[in-house]
Design a protein around this ligand. Structure first.
Ligand code: ASP
Length: 337
């Protein structure tokens, strides 16, 4: 008989792991070893659940690439011992972490499900309880000994979304995440409905963990009135290797000569510039409007329908692996994970 699934829950911090101090009423992190007191129903799942708690728990606004490396190492060190991983994480930068992990964990063949909550687990109306239980169930789900979700995903409210396709959209609603350009991997109601056509297939190759991240990158968000000095300051940042240019609509930008010239000079100095739309749905189509023709001519790379979170972490990974610009441009145009 097959053993019950074993899941490693990795707690990084964030709202989900908080309870109210009985005396002061302040929120404080609780010890996950006592999870069965918080969520007694977990016993009924009959899974082997272990916990790894980071020694310094962080609000995810303090997330950093160095932390991603430690997180990837925890998964790597425990990869053979568990069927799946649930990462408890603050929601604020969860989409960045999910994107980063997806690129760092090449040949991932097991579920890495990130979840969190808008209300702490220790609060009566918490959304954390459902998010936690459903994430564990999804991380444990398999068919013919093969995990159903061999990829990095975010579970929130009632949907499982591909990690590197997701953004946080709502600071208040339980339904906080959005994936405008890719369907949900699973929808959870009375039944868990997996959208098998959209879930990656396992490749059964050995996990490779990429631990070099180069974060000499920047995001330049366009707005009407953006000044020459600001653009200059960003593009002339010392050591800068790549910039996400967050454009309007289908990848459009002002046609002012000073603007195009500054971008062109940066590209000539070897800075990669990727055109990512500010829209949450739809894609960049360089050349569709006159206002993007100039961008294409000077060698800006079209990000198509990538999220900013995914683009910035994909760049960190590709730059960190030491590829030359030509190869990075080729890989930016491919779906790697
Ligand atoms: N500020 C918190 C964090 O991202 C919010 C949350 O946990 O959802 O860590």
């Amino acid at each position: 008989m097959k053993n019950s699934p074993s899941i490693l829950v990795i707690y990084t911090g964030g709202t989900i792991g908080m309870i109210q101090d009985a005396e002061t009423g302040a929120l404080k992190p609780f010890n996950f070893e006592n999870i069965y007191e918080q969520i007694p129903v977990l016993e009924y799942l009959h899974y082997n659940i272990d916990f790894y708690t980071f020694d310094s728990l962080i609000d995810s606004s303090n997330m950093h690439p160095e932390f991603w490396i430690r997180l990837a190492e925890v998964i790597e060190d425990n990869y053979e011992s568990y069927d799946g991983f649930v990462v408890l994480h603050g929601s604020d930068t969860m989409a960045y972490t999910a994107s980063a992990l997806s690129f760092m964990l090449e040949n991932l063949n097991k579920p890495v499900i990130l979840t969190g909550s808008q209300l702490p687990l220790g609060v009566v109306r918490t959304d954390g309880r459902e998010n936690f239980i459903n994430s564990i169930e999804i991380a444990a789900a398999s068919k013919d000994d093969t995990p159903l979700i061999p990829e990095v995903a975010i579970y929130f409210e009632n949907r499982l979304l591909r990690g590197n396709r997701t953004s946080k959209l709502n600071a208040e609603n339980f339904n906080a995440f959005f994936s405008g350009n890719f369907p949900a991997l699973a929808e959870i109601g009375v039944h868990v409905k997996y959208n098998y056509n959209y879930i990656r297939k396992p490749n059964f190759k050995k996990l490779i963990v990429h631990k070099n991240l180069n974060y000499n990158v920047a995001i330049l968000k366009l707005f009407p009135g953006l000044s020459e000095n600001t653009v200059k300051a960003i593009l002339n940042t010392e050591g800068l290797r790549a910039v996400i240019l967050e454009t309007f609509g289908a990848g459009n930008a002002p046609t002012d000569k000073w603007f195009i010239d500054l971008l062109e000079q940066a590209i000539k100095r070897g800075v990669l510039i990727i055109n990512v739309t500010q829209c949450k749905e739809g894609a960049v189509e360089i050349g569709k409007y006159e206002t993007s023709v100039g961008l294409g001519k000077i060698g800006i790379v079209g990000g198509y329908d990538i999220t900013t979170e995914s683009a910035i972490t994909k760049l960190m990974y590709l730059l960190g692996d030491g590829y030359n610009n030509e190869t990075i441009i080729k890989l930016l145009n491919q779906s790697l994970r």
